[in-house]
Each structure stands twice: as structure tokens, then as C-alpha cells.
Design a protein around this ligand. Structure first.
Ligand code: IFM
Length: 447
């Protein structure tokens, strides 16, 4: 029997642009993702989440849904552009009102709000000045964090600064699949990555300075994850080395406050511009480390390589479900928290995202029998339980996602929810995996 501690936190996660719909309602400004969606050919079927899952209007129903599924904490993000339509200056009261309503509804129903300040939807006015390439953007984000701290910290006790820095910087400015979808030279991309880390730092400082009562601050980090191909001491040590070096410009930088020599040497002229004050801001201490964990690469010790490890290529038949990047590696839920806690001790670690897209089918009897998702979750969660058992300070888990939603460049073609959304009627239908999750969170035992 696989059992979790009684105080293990069971949550569900979403993000503003992916579930809210009504992205420009009530004075909200345009965002880089909206611009990207409007460019033909960027998103599968040219989908745009103007209506989407409509949590903006259906939040109260969604809170009842969460309650009925035993969800104890809801991780959602604020759309910066609702609160500051141009990312700077004037505050749009109607934007704050929406998140007030959501937070109050959650609290009234006994669900903890875990708020992420930024999950990729950047006000277009900031994108127009260079987005994350421009240091004005992290500065503006620090000011946004002050607004959030002053307004919400009487009720919200857990804040994430940013979600997945590599996605809104490295991939967004060095690739086509995320807004703004540019293919810029390496130095500019490295600068964007650095500025993303700086945004985390400035926001952490502002939250520390302006929250009105004690809160916990962290980030939702998608470190490149590694697992030892063979679980022996030498391969485990090599995997730990890989974890630190391969994440040199984000996780390691944030947790150590410095770029590793390996990174600086490898990037040479392409290294970003920064100063010591920025490094200090980036390393602002955090209370918890959130890990978004889906996949991982396998590592072997290798004395013939200068770094002492080798990252193995994925075999051609390595198992995946629907998302082509999501190779099944359940052990990531053991090794990622374990290695993070060994490399950079922190009181609390949370899995802040984990889940998968499946080819869900609404049967004629009105149900979705997503036994494939249940098998995925069962295998991954068994590894999370193993981490807890081994003394890793893993304190909770947020399933990605509560609802089917807008999966970025995949549009609505990929469904990650434990609750099925009928995009015509907006009906919510809990899938079999939602019942699995409810059983788990009400008993602490993996069913
Ligand atoms: O949908 C995304 C989410 O926005 C960030 N993490 C990964 C999820 C699945 O791709």
C-alpha cells in the first residue's frame, strides 16, 4: 500500500491565459500571447482562448467543482494585463476585482489560494519595448509584485513569482513555439533568460517588503530534470552534477546567486550583462521550491567526459502519450525533489505541476474513462511517495491541470485536465482520473 502523510497538500493548477477566457474583458490590455495567437499558423487550428474554458465567468462553479473533488489548494495565475493593462502605471480596479472574487470564493470554501504572479502572458506594451530582453520588464514586474503584495497578502499566503523561466525566455526568444516566437542570436536569448531570473528576484524582494502579514514565497521552476539510468552511487553522483550544471543559468543561479564557471566559459562572448546587485536580487531567499515535473533525461557517470557525466539520448521507442516532449519518466518525481533538496536545502518542496495530455473521449454514457492518465499518475505518484519516505521535504502536489485548457501552441487540441471541458457548452465533466485523485486526497492512499 502506498500511503502519503496526513498533512500532504493535494492541489490542482491552472494559469490565467489557459483557463480564463475573456482575455480583454473589463479593461484588460493585450498580451504577447494574444498577439501570437492572432498570427495565422502559430497555434494549431489558429485557436484563440477568447472564450476557452471561461473560468473568468465560471470561477464560482469551478470552486465548487474543486471542493467536490477534495482539492485543498488551487494554484492559479494573475493576468498582469488585467491589473495593469500596459504592464506599468495605472491599476485597473476591475482586474483586481476578478482575483478578489476568485480568492474570496476559494477561501469561503476552504481551499487555499496559491497565486502565481506571472505565467507567460506578458502585457503587449512591454513586449513592444523588447519584452524580457529589456531590463525595464523585470523592473516593471517588481512594481507589479508590490501591487499584488499590498492588495492580496491579507488573504493569500503562498505566492509564486514566475512560472517556468526557460519557457517564457529561452524558448520564446530562441524558438518559434512560444510567444513572441522569435529566433534571436544566443546573446540576446541569454539576456532574456537572465532578465527572467531578475524578474523572479525583484518580485521576491517586493513580496518580502510589502506583504502585510507572513507569507511564503517561491517559484514554479521547470529545471531540466535528470534521473540516474542506474541507481548506484556513482551514477547518482553524476546525475546530481548534471542537475546543477545543466541548470546553471536558471535554477542554480537562483539558488546559488552566481553563474557557474562552466556556464560562463561555455557562453564566452554570449554571456548576459549583469552586476552584483542583480545577482543578489536573483538569490533572494525563498521559502519553498516549486518543481514542475513531467519528463527527465537519463544520466550515466562517464569519466571520459570533462564534466563526468553523459546525458543519454532518448531511445526511439521511449514511451510517450500525446505531447511529443513528454517522455514517461515517473522517477522524476523522486529524483527532482531529492536532488534539489540535496543541492540547495529548503524547508519545503512542492510538485507544482505534473500530469499529461491524453486522447480523452466523451463516451455515449457521458463519462471519460481516462485510464491512461490514471496509470500515468499512479506511476509518478508512487515515486513522490518514495521521496517522502526517504525524508525529502516534499510537502505537496499540484495536478496539472484542474481543467482541460488552452495548451499554448497546441491550442485546444491537447487536453491536460482531470475535468473534461465541453468547449461548446462549457460543461465540466470530471474524468475517471478526477475520481482517482479524489480517492487519493481523501484517504492519502494511492488507489
Ligand atoms: O500547460 C503547460 C503549463 O502552462 C506550463 N507547464 C507545462 C504545461 C503542459 O505543457
Amino acid at each position: 500500500m502506498i500511503r502519503f502523510p496526513k498533512d500532504f497538500l493535494w492541489g490542482a493548477a491552472t494559469a490565467s491565459f489557459q483557463v480564463e477566457g475573456y482575455v480583454t474583458a473589463d479593461g484588460a490590455g493585450d498580451t504577447n500571447w494574444l498577439t501570437y495567437c492572432r498570427e495565422p499558423g502559430r497555434v494549431v487550428n489558429d485557436d484563440i482562448p477568447l472564450v476557452g474554458a471561461s473560468q473568468y465567468t465560471k470561477y464560482a462553479e469551478d470552486v465548487q467543482l474543486m471542493k467536490s473533488l477534495g482539492i485543498q489548494a488551487y494554484r492559479f495565475s494573475t493576468a498582469w494585463s488585467r491589473i495593469q493593462p500596459t504592464g506599468r502605471g495605472t491599476v485597473n480596479a476591475k482586474g483586481l476585482d476578478y482575483y478578489d472574487r476568485l480568492v474570496d470564493e476559494l477561501l469561503a470554501n476552504g481551499i487555499e489560494p496559491w497565486m502565481t504572479l506571472f505565467h507567460w502572458d506578458l502585457p503587449q506594451a512591454l513586449e513592444d519595448i523588447g519584452g524580457w530582453r529589456n531590463k525595464e520588464t523585470p523592473k516593471a514586474f517588481g512594481e507589479f509584485a508590490k501591487i499584488i503584495a499590498e492588495h492580496f497578502s491579507d488573504r493569500v499566503k503562498h505566492f509564486f513569482t514566475v512560472n517556468e523561466i526557460s519557457c517564457f525566455t529561452r524558448i520564446a526568444y530562441g524558438g518559434l513555439s512560444k510567444a513572441p516566437g522569435l529566433l534571436l542570436p544566443r546573446k540576446e536569448v541569454n539576456q532574456a533568460v537572465h532578465n527572467g531570473c531578475l524578474a523572479h528576484g525583484y518580485a521576491a524582494q517586493a513580496l518580502r517588503a510589502y506583504c502585510k502579514s507572513p507569507v511564503k514565497i517561491g517559484l514554479a521552476d521547470n529545471s531540466a530534470a535528470f534521473v540516474p539510468a542506474l541507481e548506484t552511487p556513482e551514477h547518482i553522483a553524476a546525475t546530481k552534477r548534471a542537475f546543477r550544471i545543466e541548470n546553471a543559468d536558471i535554477t542554480t543561479l537562483i539558488r546559488e546567486g552566481n553563474y557557474l564557471p562552466e556556464y560562463l566559459e561555455a557562453e564566452g562572448e554570449n554571456r548576459p550583462n549583469y552586476d552584483d546587485a542583480e545577482l543578489a536580487a536573483i538569490a533572494t531567499p525563498i521559502d519553498f521550491h516549486g518543481l514542475n515535473c513531467y519528463s527527465a533525461s537519463e544520466v550515466l557517470a562517464d569519466d571520459s567526459s570533462p564534466r563526468g557525466y553523459r546525458i543519454l539520448p532518448k531511445p526511439a521507442s521511449a514511451p510517450r502519450l500525446v505531447a511529443n516532449w513528454l517522455y514517461l519518466e515517473p522517477r522524476v518525481l523522486y529524483w527532482a525533489p531529492r536532488l534539489v533538496s540535496e543541492l540547495w536545502p529548503v524547508p519545503e518542496i512542492y510538485i507544482t505541476e505534473n500530469g499529461c495530455a491524453c486522447k480523452d473521449h466523451l463516451e455515449r454514457d457521458g463519462h471519460v474513462y481516462d485510464t491512461d492518465r490514471i496509470e500515468f499518475l499512479r506511476a509518478y505518484l508512487a515515486q513522490a511517495a518514495r521521496a517522502v519516505e526517504d525524508g525529502v521535504p516534499l510537502k505537496g502536489y499540484f495536478l496539472w491541470s484542474l481543467l482541460d485548457n488552452f495548451e499554448w501552441a497546441q491550442g485546444f487540441s491537447q487536453r491536460f485536465g482531470m475535468v473534461y471541458v465541453n468547449y461548446q457548452t462549457l460543461e465540466r465533466i470530471p474524468k475517471l482520473s478526477a475520481h482517482f485523485y479524489h480517492q487519493l486526497n481523501s484517504t492519502g492512499v494511492l488507489p
